[in-house]
Structures are given as C-alpha cells and as structure tokens.
Design a binder for this molecule. Structure first.
Ligand code: NAD
Ligand code: UDP
Ligand code: UDP
Length: 318
C-alpha cells in the first residue's frame, strides 16, 4: 500500500489532498500543528481505517515510515504568516530540512508546495518558471517569500547532492471550500463580507490583478506532478491564467451573493504585487494539465460553503 505523509494536512489545500489520497486507496498520515488548520477540515476522515492524524510541528524532526511526502505545512495568507514571521521562516526552512532528511532516510519521493510569491512583485508578465523574481529580502512579506525560496534551494541541493527524488510546484492563488474565514485572503474576505452585508474592503485602487485557481483543479495537478516521471522535478507553475482585477472580483462576488454590501477603499499593504498571472505552458506540456473550473463556478461552490459555515456558527451562538 502507498503510505503517504501530508504535512499541513489539516489546512485548506492539505485537507482536500487527504480526501483525494484516501479516495484512491492510499494510507494517509496527516501531520499538522493546527496553527492555521483545523481538525474540522479532516474530521470526516477520522474513522477511516487508512487515515491517521498526528499533531506535530515540522520544525522538529519526524521519524515515520512512508513512500511519499507532500510538504504543505506553512501558513499561507499574509495575515497569518505575518503574525509570527520568525516561525514562518522556520517552518519553511527547518520544515524543509526535516522533511528532506526524512525523505532521504526512507527513500521517499517528496513534493514541495512552493508559491508564486517566489516571483515577488514581478516585472515579467505572465511569469514563466525561468523568471528569477523580484523579492524584497527585508520586507514584511519576506518571511514567506524568502522562506519558500530557501526551501526550493534546499530541495534542489538535496536532489543534486543526495540524489533525492523531488518535485516542486509553484502554486498561484487558489481558493475554495475550507479556506479559513478569517485568514484575510481576498476571496474569503469578499465572500464573508458580502454574505454578512458588511463593507467590501478593496485594498488600494482595486486595479491590481490576481489569477484564481479552484482547489479541485489544483489538487489534480499536484497529484499528477507526484506521479509524473522522475526526471521532471519542476519547478512548475500551477494556477489558472484567467486574470482579474480585485475590483472585478468584488463585483462578481456581489452579483453571485445578491449582496447589497458597499465597496470601501483601504490602503494597499506594503510590497503588495501589482499583477500576477501564471504562464502554464510547462505544466500543460509535461503533465497534460489545464484548469477546468471557471471563476464563476468556483465562486458559487465557495459561497455555498461559507453560507453554511456562517449559518452553523450563528446556530452555535443563539
Ligand atoms: P493553510 O494555512 O490552510 O494550511 C497550512 C497548514 O499548515 C495548516 O493546517 C497549518 O496548521 C499547518 N502548519 C503551519 N505551520 C506548521 C508547522 N510548523 N508544522 C506543522 N503544520 C504547520 O494554507 P493552504 O492555503 O492550505 O496552503 C498550503 C500550502 O500551499 C502552504 O505551504 C502554502 O504556502 C502553499 N500555497 C498555497 C496557496 C494558496 O493560494 N492557497 C498559494 C501558494 C502556495
Ligand atoms: N530528520 C527527520 N527524520 C528522519 C531523518 C532526518 O526529521 O527520518 C531530520 C534530522 O533531524 C536532520 C534533518 O532531517 O536534522 C536533515 O537530515 P539529514 O540526514 O539531511 O542531515 P543530518 O542528519 O546529517 O543533519
Ligand atoms: N485584498 C483586498 N481586500 C482584502 C484582501 C486582499 O483588496 O480584503 C487584495 C490584496 O491587497 C492583494 C489581493 O487582494 O492585492 C490578493 O490578496 P491575498 O491576500 O488574497 O493574496 P496575495 O496578495 O498573497 O496574492
């Protein structure tokens, strides 16, 4: 049986990955310190005979026996990763060293969930994998961006030095059910604000762009990468190239939720990238993958999820 370790498995992406791995018959060890993740995201798997949950911080060594490792542990939203920036860098760097050390000992294939943030505020658009990025090394986003860049360095050095079987994907903004309602990311913020009738907070002039990928598409690419040929290490971009301004996103969310919330403007956070859109030629060619879910369809699923979450929470209070 394929024994798979998922670090950060109780988080947004990790929990969807655990679902897919269990569904295909793998034995899954989910490791998480619940910093931003939640037992609720995987509670439906607790009684499954092939699922095991372990509370553990990846900055500490981990001795287990597995064939594959998906390394997703790391807070991903700016609000969360800036709360304890030193811990964020430790999670990316010490976490990568420990998981690479584990992969080396047990000869497991290991996949790193890297990020489009390695490109920083890019001056090349869209961003191909060959672009080295424009990252501020000392800013408030650096703990995340530089931590993830250093993790990529470690992956490639373990590959060259110890012949480790590595896979690196650079994930662009992904959204869907089980995003943390308070994690400050734009999709969850706008949907929760619209559903509660609160003001929609546009940072800056709302003309900055992002390209949003629905979670199911993303997980499919992650699985294809893990199962792909050993000589294709990546890094490879995974995301949906359809690009939207934050203003357009807000208007779509308002329309789909039938909300009367007003748009309000707040200052743009420091080092906030102006535009972001993946060049996905490489993933198309190597893994025969393209995203299928449109922003509108993905938002409808995500809105339905948050509606239920808000109703459940209200039911708890009253
Ligand atoms: P998330 O915050 O929902 O999940 C991260 C998980 O890691 C959480 O369950 C958290 O508790 C856990 N974690 C954090 N620090 C840990 C530690 N030291 N030890 C053990 N567990 C720890 O975020 P997500 O969106 O699911 O992101 C998952 C991964 O994908 C992250 O590595 C993130 O950088 C990467 N990524 C996500 C996106 C996106 O748009 N969602 C984009 C690019 C990259
Ligand atoms: N490590 C781990 N689990 C293992 C093997 C190693 O967590 O099964 C950790 C170990 O604590 C070490 C790190 O991974 O600090 C890097 O391991 P490696 O073998 O590359 O280096 P070394 O042990 O020589 O420092
Ligand atoms: N943003 C916004 N309102 C919010 C939250 C975010 O306008 O309530 C903007 C943010 O400034 C950025 C974009 O939306 O330009 C995406 O932000 P997010 O935190 O989701 O992701 P990232 O900046 O890491 O791509």
């Amino acid at each position: 049986m394929n024994k798979v370790l998922v670090t950060g498995g109780a988080g947004f992406l990790g929990s969807h990955l655990c679902d897919r791995l269990i569904a295909r018959g793998d034995d899954v060890l989910c490791v998480d310190n619940f910093y931003t993740g939640s037992k609720r995201n995987v509670a439906h798997l607790f009684t499954h005979p092939h699922f095991e949950m372990m509370r553990h911080d990846v900055t500490f060594p981990l001795y287990v026996e597995v064939n594959q490792i998906f390394n997703l542990a790391c807070p991903a939203s700016p609000v969360h990763y800036q709360r304890d920036p030193v811990q964020t860098t430790k999670t990316s760097v010490h976490g990568a060293i420990n998981m690479l050390g584990l992969a080396k000992r047990v000869k497991a294939r290991i996949l790193q969930a890297s990020t489009s943030e390695v490109y920083g505020d890019p001056e090349v658009h869209p961003q191909p994998e060959a672009y080295w990025g424009r990252v501020n090394p000392i800013g408030i986003r650096s703990c995340y961006d530089e931590g993830k860049r250093c993790a990529e360095t470690l992956f490639f050095d373990y590959h060259r030095q110890h012949k480790l079987d590595i896979k690196v994907i650079r994930i662009f903004n992904t959204y869907g059910p089980r995003m943390h309602p308070n994690d400050g990311r734009v999709v969850s913020n706008f949907i929760v604000q619209a559903l509660k009738g609160e003001d929609i907070t546009i940072f800056g002039d709302g003309q900055q762009t992002r390209s949003f990928c629905y979670v199911d598409d993303l997980i499919e690419a992650m699985l294809r990468m893990m199962e792909g040929p050993a000589d294709f290490t990546g890094p490879v971009n995974v995301g949906n190239p359809s690009e939207f301004t934050m203003l357009a996103l807000a208007e779509t969310v308002l329309r789909l939720t039938y909300s009367k919330s007003k748009l309000i403007y707040k200052p743009l956070p420091t080092d906030d990238p102006r535009q972001r859109k993946p060049d996905i030629d490489l993933v198309k060619e190597k893994l025969d993958w393209v995203p299928h879910v449109s922003l509108e369809d993905g938002l409808k699923e995500t809105i339905a999820y948050f509606k239920k979450e808000i109703a459940d929470n209200d039911a708890k209070i009253y």
